[in-house]
Each structure stands twice: as structure tokens, then as C-alpha cells.
Design a protein around this ligand. Structure first.
Ligand code: BEZ
Length: 397
């Protein structure tokens, strides 16, 4: 699919060339009212262990655009989609397909931190607007931060750090961690460790297994023999369902306290059932929030999709809100990139999680809730850390 210049622009360029005049596309394009649709490229997992997360993000994004009558900044929105399969090896090619072949105005992606690194590379090379609707990879809003890179979700450091504070405050001293061996898990553990150990705790063993393996038996057996005061884990999606069930089946649920970032139990409770009851997690969203935005969002989401929303749907919804802030400021003229970025930077997003602003590195500064599983809900118990900002180490903007 090629983007054809509008007829007026073609004529003007042809005339200028005939007269030997230097051609500058940007002012010509700006002189005209923006035409055509805003092209949004979803690069998300639609298959594999994170498939449900990708769908929820797209659902949330589309819901917000639908609520605006299908338009942002006065222009209709058109969607393009790539299934990234949570496969980092395919990420640069998949991102290039959206940017170069489909010529999207914005890439909205993705879920998996490793895949995110490939997307970041492509958008940096092409100065394409990127909104990250989940993947927490610290580098994207750290050393690789950029004027065109925004997040509507969290950094991996954030929920881990919040849980480190909670576990330390319970007086628990010796903790074992377990995660998939890739950036999301490793950086969550790093955030946890930073908060926990600076408050007197000790991570006595860091266990891991390759993504997306779900054969947890060896690690569960090792944890049982280590007898720590508590365990901290990072798992999400289909793998989180399997882990929580295996943990309970091994008889450890009532023996060793298990803590996690909230991805362990978000969007998974139906499948986890009794095995998840009572689990405590930290996350920037929860069931039982009392703000009006969340009430309306949950109602509309349930009406549209016959499903309850989860954190991923919220992040998708807020990705669309961030884009709307940029598009509105330029009346839909997405070629005015610097103005789009400036408006997005300054946005105060009225999110279902509670309103948030962005840090200097374009990552949400937000509250982290302590939640406890009760039936099919991650019930909010309070705020574990208020207005937590990622340290954005290495970001120069
Ligand atoms: C990540 O890879 O960054 C990620 C995936 C699922 C949930 C949270 C983080």
C-alpha cells in the first residue's frame, strides 16, 4: 500500500521542478489542511502466551477512538496490524513493515520487552512516533529514550520496586526470586531487589527459566528446599496461569508467602480459580477503584466486548488518549512531529487507573496499588507507593 500525495501537492511539486525551483515538501504539506486518515500500526502479540494481552490492548485503544466518533484531531483513524508473536528475532522486520510499507503515523506496540527493543531501533532510525502500550523494558525510557518514544504503561523497574517496599515492610528477610530469563523478569527482580535490600532484606537466590517455558517443577522443588521467608515472581499471560496452578498443586500456597508484580493475576483469574485466591501483587491498576473515569470505562468496555477490562485494556485506552493529545494539538496534521511530541509530553491523561503525567523520559508517573485476589477480582487494598517515577537512568532528552 503506497501513500499517494494529494493531487494538489503533486501538481505544485511538478510545477516547481519544471521551473527549477528548490522543492521543500514540509511547508507545502503544511499549507494544506491535513487530509486522509491517521494511520495507526498495531504491533502486538496475537498468538502465543501473550495473545490475550495484545487483544486487550487493541480493544482498549479502539474503544477510546470509538468514543471520539472514530476521529482524532479531526481525522478518521485507520488501523494496520502485525502479529509480533512475542518473537524478538522478527521484531525489526515486523516494525519496518508497518513503518515503511504501510507508512503508519504511529506504531502502537508492544507487550514483550525483547520485541520492544527491535521496535525502538526502527522508530529511532525513522523518527516515527511510538507509543508503548505495555512492554516495560527499562532501556526504552532509559538510555534509549527519545523525543518520539512514549509509554502508556510502566517500566519493568516500577512494579518490582513497589513490591520490594511492601515485602520489606512485612519484616520478611530472606527472599527467593523466580522469573522468565529475559528483560521483563530480570528488570522486575532488579527493581524488587533495590527496594527490598535497601530496607534490610536479602535476595538469597535468583532462579529463572527461558521464556516462554512453563515447566516450573525443578524451580518449585528448589524453592521448597530453600525454605525462604517469601518468594517474588514475574510471570504474565498463559504462563502466569500455569505457574499459579502449579504452585498451589505443589502444596506451597499456604506454606511460603508468594508475591509478584500484578501481571501474575491480571486477566488470568478465571483460569487460575482457587489457586490464586489471596495472592497479593502490586500494579498501577486494580479492581475496586472509585474514580468516575474507571467506572465509565469499565461499563463501556464490558458493553463493547462482553468482557471485564484488565490492566492491558487500560494501557491500550491510554495509548489512544496520549495520541489524541498530540493529534488534537496539531488539528490532525501529524507531519508536525515536534508539536505532536510537545503536546504529548505535556498531557495529563485522565486514565481509569487515576490521572497521570509523563516523566521527562516519557514514562507514566503513577500510583502503585497493593491488590489482593478475591474471587475474580484483584481488589485494591491501598496505595503501596504514590506517584512512583522510574529513575530513567541514562536518559538524555
Ligand atoms: C514485558 O515483556 O515487558 C512484559 C510482558 C508481559 C507483562 C508485563 C511485561
Amino acid at each position: 500500500m503506497h501513500r499517494r500525495p494529494p493531487p494538489m501537492l503533486t501538481l505544485t511539486v511538478a510545477a516547481a521542478l519544471a521551473w527549477g525551483t528548490a522543492v521543500s515538501y514540509a511547508p507545502l504539506a503544511r499549507a494544506q489542511a491535513p487530509s486522509g486518515k491517521i494511520k495507526v500500526g498495531f504491533m502486538l502479540p496475537y498468538t502465543g502466551t501473550y495473545a490475550a494481552l495484545g487483544t486487550a490492548i487493541e480493544n482498549g485503544f479502539r474503544l477510546y477512538v470509538h468514543e471520539q466518533g472514530g476521529r482524532l484531531g479531526g481525522r478518521e483513524v485507520e488501523y494496520f496490524k502485525v502479529d509480533d508473536e512475542s518473537d524478538p528475532a522478527k521484531a525489526p522486520e515486523n516494525a519496518s513493515r508497518l513503518v515503511k510499507r504501510d507508512q503508519v503515523d504511529v506504531v502502537v506496540g508492544t507487550v514483550h520487552s525483547g520485541v520492544q527493543m527491535g521496535i525502538v531501533k526502527v522508530v529511532k532510525e525513522t523518527n516515527t512516533l511510538l507509543i508503548i502500550p505495555n512492554a516495560g523494558v527499562d532501556e526504552a525510557t532509559g538510555p534509549l529514550c527519545g523525543p518520539n518514544i512514549f509509554r502508556s504503561s510502566f517500566s519493568n523497574w516500577q512494579p518490582g520496586y513497589a513490591m520490594g517496599q511492601v515485602v520489606a515492610s512485612r519484616g520478611l528477610k530472606r527472599v527467593v526470586t523466580l522469573t522468565w530469563k529475559y528483560a521483563a523478569g530480570e528488570q522486575s527482580v532488579k527493581g524488587f531487589k533495590e527496594a527490598f535490600e535497601s530496607r534490610g532484606g536479602k535476595v538469597v537466590k535468583e532462579l529463572s527459566l527461558p521464556f516462554p517455558n512453563v515447566e516450573f517443577q525443578a524451580q518449585i522443588t528448589e524453592i521448597a528446599s530453600l525454605k525462604p521467608d517469601a518468594v517474588f515472581v514475574f510471570f504474565a499471560g498463559g504462563g502466569a496461569v500455569k505457574f499459579v496452578r502449579d504452585w498451589a498443586a505443589a502444596g506451597l500456597k499456604d506454606k511460603i508467602p508468594l508475591f509478584a508484580s500484578g501481571f501474575l493475576t491480571d486477566g488470568t483469574l478465571e483460569a487460575q480459580g482457587a489457586a490464586a485466591q489471596g495472592l497479593e501483587t502490586t500494579l498501577h491498576y486494580a479492581d475496586g477503584l472509585t474514580n468516575a473515569r474507571d467506572k465509565a470505562f469499565r461499563l463501556e468496555y464490558a458493553k463493547a466486548y462482553k468482557l471485564q477490562p484488565d490492566v492491558y485494556a487500560v494501557q491500550g485506552y491510554d495509548a489512544a488518549q496520549l495520541l489524541a493529545a498530540g493529534a488534537t494539538a496539531v488539528k490532525g496534521d501529524m507531519t508536525r512531529k515536534a508539536d505532536v511530541y510537545k503536546a504529548m509530553e505535556a498531557a495529563r491523561v485522565d486514565s481509569p487507573r487515576g490521572a497521570f503525567t509523563l516523566s521527562r523520559a516519557h514514562n507514566p508517573v503513577q500510583d502503585f496499588y497493593l491488590r489482593k485476589v478475591d474471587g475474580r477480582e484483584n481488589k485494591v487494598g491501598g496505595v503501596a507507593v504514590r506517584a512512583l517515577a522510574d529513575p530513567a537512568r541514562g536518559c538524555r532528552l
